[in-house]
Design a protein around this ligand. Structure first.
Ligand code: PLP
Length: 305
């Protein structure tokens, strides 16, 4: 086994003492994956680790992946590559903005080469096999799918549940972007557990954006729900209600959340608990998947942390 940086010593499991859980006789714990590292936070580390390991084992030099201008995945890749001795390149959806987003500027500081692509060109590149990208795919490079959503990424996400004893929880919840993290949770979960994803995208329905081919045992899909009503207008959209909620959670519990993913997840769980979604005496495990650095792209002063 190759040792990778950072290690996982900072992760903690914390009880979330919110009045709605007391009222409805629920117990909620938060798995603080956000504490792994300020830039390689949360689920991104898990989705990347088998790609990094593979790159080390195959003596690759450069790691390449895809993402938008606010992609936590791209920044996590830039940082993890730098810390583990790889060069990195980010293929970024859309024209280059000036100034760069904080996320892109930080990725660049970690030495990542950024290439901005028009949307059609980006989609072309993203969806074509490595062999169709001969200028990028040399024997020296490893291509990682957008969001780390490939076999290695899902296998990495399965390992999230190896960090703590998880079989005692009735519900396991996380925010959903590509759905790769959710897929990992589903694959590792026990049959009697419900897996709840909160979509942060507008226009998803049923089990979208989860790709059923990621799930080892299709019968487990019966235990999965994706919530589509708490996206606050879509990806990276927010309003005062969400900001007030995030400030309230931080003030009362000391837990920072991000406005793209975990703020919406936490909001959704509190709303659902109030709506009796969870059966009495339910034990809920909530993944804090990180992403806090993304709050730097908000205008200053909106958040109290
Ligand atoms: C990327 C991300 C997610 C979504 O993960 P997927 O595996 O793409 O569904 C959730 N939370 C945070 C903080 C993220 O950065």
């Amino acid at each position: 086994m190759v040792d990778l940086i950072p290690d996982l010593n900072n992760i903690s499991l914390e009880n979330w003492d919110h009045p709605v859980f007391r009222e409805h006789e629920l117990h909620a714990d938060i798995l603080r994956l956000d504490k792994i590292h300020p830039e390689i936070s949360g689920n991104k580390w898990f989705k990347l680790k088998y790609y990094l390991r593979k790159a080390k084992e195959e003596n690759k030099h450069t790691l390449i992946s895809f993402g938008g201008a606010y992609s936590n995945h791209i920044l996590a890749l830039a940082a993890a590559a730098a810390m583990n001795g790889f060069a990195s390149m980010g293929l970024i959806r859309g024209e280059e903005s000036r100034p760069l987003s904080h996320t892109m500027a930080s990725a660049k500081e970690f030495g990542m080469k950024l290439q901005f692509l028009s949307r059609p060109e980006y989609n072309d590149r993203k969806n074509s096999e490595a062999k169709n990208n001969p200028d990028l795919f040399t024997p020296d490079t490893l291509l990682i799918p957008e969001g780390g959503a490939g076999d290695e990424g899902i296998r990495g996400a399965e390992d999230i549940l190896s960090v703590i004893p998880f079989t005692g929880y009735s519900h396991i919840c996380c925010a959903v972007g590509t759905g790769a993290t959710l897929a990992g949770l589903i694959n590792r979960s026990e049959r009697n557990q419900k897996i709840i994803g909160v979509s942060v995208l507008k226009g998803t329905r049923d089990l979208n954006p989860l790709d059923p081919s990621w799930i080892n045992n299709k019968s487990k899909l019966d235990h999965v729900s994706i919530i589509h009503q708490d996206h606050f207008g879509g990806y990276a959209k927010y309003n005062q209600l969400l900001l007030d909620f995030m400030n309230d959670i931080f003030t009362k519990s000391g837990i920072p959340t991000d406005f793209v993913y975990t703020g919406k997840l936490f909001y959704s769980i509190v709303r659902m608990a109030g709506d009796n979604f969870f059966p009495v005496r339910g034990k809920i495990l909530i993944l804090h998947t990180g992403g806090i650095q993304g709050n730097r792209s908000l205008p200053p002063g909106l958040l109290q942390f």
